[in-house]
Write a new protein. Structure first.
Length: 137
């Protein structure tokens, strides 16, 4: 299943968020076993580095980015994609950028913990547990 993975799933693992790491790691593992199905937005890399470098250090953040880039494709991005994000009926512009990236990647869904932030997204958002149930079938 072709999907765009939101930044929060990667942060669960990078920051070892209590109660969230294992499930998010299972999502990432699925994509590692299914090359070509996992996509990320370009700005996810910047967000991960910015947050990760402050929380776990620059080296660990860059190691995580290298690992992500070995598994995930980066959604193509152009000015039209930024304009698309700006025109989506999504309150948070960063979430609109994620949705626009999902459109560009031709994703079937966005895997995220922030479902309510994507209620107006043209690409449906699914929580990790639902994604894992879907791909298990």
């Amino acid at each position: 299943m072709r999907a765009l993975v939101d930044t929060n799933i990667f942060l669960d693992v990078l920051l070892a968020r209590e109660g969230l790491t294992e499930e998010s790691q299972r999502v990432l593992d699925w994509f590692e076993e299914n090359p070509g199905d996992g996509w990320i937005a370009w700005h996810t890399l910047a967000n991960l580095y910015y947050i990760g470098s402050k929380m776990v250090g620059c080296a660990a953040a860059l190691d995580a980015i290298d690992e992500i880039l070995s598994t995930f494709e980066v959604s193509p991005v152009a000015s039209t994609d930024a304009r698309c994000a700006r025109n989506l009926d999504i309150d948070d512009f960063e979430d609109a950028l994620q949705a626009s990236a999902a459109i560009s990647a031709r994703a079937e869904c966005i895997v995220t913990r922030n479902i309510r932030d994507f209620l107006q997204s043209p690409i449906p958002a699914v929580p990790p547990q639902s994604f894992l149930k879907t791909v298990a079938n």
